[in-house]
Design a protein around this ligand. Structure first.
Ligand SMILES: [Zn+2]
Length: 442
């Protein structure tokens, strides 16, 4: 084997960012996991990849996902949020073991890699996050993995964990990630209804003292915000703010039900919002006021949420839905395709704390990119990249996914995953998990 580990992707239509023009017949030189050069140039490299005229763009940032829920796909259809959590999601999370967590994470990573996702922020469950981290590390997908905290589960003991134990576990997990720059830990109180006010404050203080991202769910449904108003006398976003959960190091998934005052508070604090249109539609939660939030200067990323409520982990589907739902709310020009691509790339990267690291193809950034076949029958003629990516493209059009300079997927083949095993384990572990949880036939 030669000694030159550099990779040159050439013969590509390079789209460096949502705001940049396409570079025809462009190239990208990658060395040591980072982008060295982007543009029209010739160079020697250890490995040459002919893109065949495909679109080369930043890999997608899946800004809200639950890897541990991928095995729950299809288990709780046509239910409202709070009963769905209580009767399906929580019992299945409580029934997870190491093997089922790893099978779930591998399946999630395989689906995300095939769909051009190159980094993610997830919320896992209250136990076993070490198994999830191990599976993600094997897959080679960069990510921020949230360890879930729940100390006040309203009479559902199996997932209740004392906050001090939960935070001690966060320290152990963060220690295990030293020397792995593509994986980070987030501190993730589940949502205001499953955490005491004291535990929210402790989690916020703890995360800040160690430089971890804070991640929670907020204002997904009216039933949830009514409960919180009853318990605290406050609107949810205000309550979270009072508990320390606001600011540039905080990621709030959903924010569907947020009024003008709450939006002003989010903007003022610089709190990040993670928009999940597919899950919001499927759980009947509503249509998030995304154009208004962007206009107010609130940073917004895009996510699928878990496979239990989407059911795909497909950023193409989320981009398309993000555009379509705003057309119904505010008219056809409410959220241009370019703005949606920005949310799915650099917007999401900034939201999850990787703003300078990924989301744009430029020298010095991590080499996280996707090649999309513009000759795909759903995409042709595909002249405008934003329109092609948001409204026409799909995971089947992804020809190559590279994360941190490593090709993870190329022409249907995975390089870090045995996809036959992923499939077998998904079926087998789902059956065992459903049996342990006492849910359906699995
Ligand atoms: Zn979620």
């Amino acid at each position: 084997m030669g000694g030159d580990p550099s990779i040159l992707i050439h013969n590509a239509r390079v789209w460096p960012s949502a705001d940049a023009p396409v570079i025809e017949d462009g190239s990208i030189l990658v060395r040591d996991g980072r982008i060295e050069t982007v543009g029209r140039f010739q160079a020697r490299a250890g490995t040459r990849i002919d893109a065949g005229g495909a679109l080369a763009m930043p890999g997608f940032v899946q800004a809200h996902v639950h890897l541990c829920q991928t095995l729950f796909r299809g288990a709780g259809e046509d239910m409202a949020l709070l009963p769905w959590l209580r009767k399906v999601v929580w019992p299945m999370e409580a029934a997870h073991d190491r093997a089922s967590l790893m099978a779930s994470a591998r399946l999630a990573c395989a689906e995300m890699i095939r769909g051009g996702t190159t980094s993610f922020l997830s919320m896992e469950t209250v136990r076993g996050t070490d198994a999830t981290l191990e599976a993600v590390a094997e897959c080679g997908l960069p990510g921020v993995v949230g360890h879930c905290l729940m100390d006040d589960t309203g009479g559902y003991p199996p997932l209740a964990v004392d906050i001090d134990d939960g935070l001690a576990e966060c320290d152990v997990l963060a220690d295990s990630l030293r020397g792995t720059p593509t994986l980070r830990l987030a501190v993730a109180p589940r949502f205001a209804l499953s955490c005491s006010a004291d535990s929210l404050r402790e989690a916020a203080d703890f995360a800040r003292s160690r430089g971890h991202l804070l991640h929670t769910h907020a204002s997904e449904q009216t039933s949830e915000i009514e409960w919180i108003r009853e318990r605290t006398g406050m609107d949810n976003v205000r309550y979270l703010h009072e508990c320390g959960l606001s600011g540039p190091d905080v990621c709030l998934a959903h924010c569907v039900q947020v009024d003008l005052r709450e939006r002003a508070l989010l903007a003022e604090a610089g709190t990040n919002v993670l928009h999940c249109p597919g899950a919001n539609l499927k759980l009947g939660s509503g249509l998030a006021p995304v154009p208004e939030m962007l206009d107010a200067g609130i940073p917004v990323g895009l996510g699928a949420d878990g496979a239990a409520c989407n059911n795909r982990l497909d950023l193409f589907a989320e981009m398309r839905l993000a555009g379509l739902i705003q057309k119904v709310r505010l008219g056809p020009d409410a959220l241009p395709a370019r703005d949606i691509v920005r949310m799915a790339t650099q917007g999401g990267a900034a939201a999850i704390g990787w703003g300078g690291e990924t989301g744009v193809l430029e020298a010095g950034r991590r080499a996280d990119l996707v090649l999309i076949d513009l000759d795909d029958l759903s995409i042709l003629p595909g002249d405008d990249p934003a329109s092609a990516v948001v409204y026409a493209a799909h995971p089947g059009a992804v020809v190559l996914t590279m994360a941190a300079g490593r090709v993870l997927y190329e022409n249907g083949d995975f390089t870090t995953l045995d996809v036959g095993r992923v499939r077998r384990d998904a079926r087998d572990q789902r059956r065992k998990l459903a049996r342990r949880a006492g849910i359906g036939r699995g």
